[in-house]
Write a protein that binds this ligand. Sequence first.
Ligand code: G6P
Ligand code: MG
Length: 222
Amino acid sequence: MLKAVLFDLDGVITDTAKFHFLAWRDLGAELGITVDEAFNEELKGVSRMDSLERILAFGGLADKYSTAEKEAFCTKKNDHYLELIQEMTPADILPGILPLLEELREVGLKAIVTSASKNAPGILELLQVKDYFDGIVDPASVAAGKPAPDIFLAGAALAGVQPAECIGVEDAASGVEAIKAAGITAVAIGDAEVLAQADRVLADTSALSLAVLRDAWEKATA
Ligand code: G6P
Ligand code: MG
């Protein structure tokens, strides 16, 4: 039986990609590296430090900076990102998410946040949806980031259920890979070609509902 839904945050509950992009673009510019929107796509689902490492490698500067310098760059990027997201309100919740959270609450299915973002608790507060969730996995508590399965396995454990009793919802290819590696049914939001590994792909979040999730889970686990 389907017992829990594990939600990615960025690109599923709300669209923060544009703010991550602006903050990385400005940091990149300071370092002489052009971060464009196409490259930013590759950073979806990727942790803060791993994103910086990818940007530095992209700019041919992989070995230039010390760990302390890289940590300072991450802090700078995050301070800018935090400034940008302060304007977020419940109006920034993506379509279909609130009705789905209501449905999950009504039938008693667990809802867990499995985001790589250390800012997830703060963003859920801004969106005023924190109370809908039974737990938020701390990304710092898992050994390996997406596409490793760790965060989704931790999400199932936090819900107190087996991975096979969960569905994971993701918008990034690295996230879908992580869900599948955890032995969890994957529902993806976005481009069907990019997210081909998922059990079900929906063009956008407005197509999400408990009925759709149950159908996807039943077909994937039959
Ligand atoms: C999500 C986003 C990534 C971001 C990561 C870490 O996975 O898709 O773009 O780098 O979270 O976010 P944080 O808020 O901790 O920097
Ligand atoms: Mg995402």
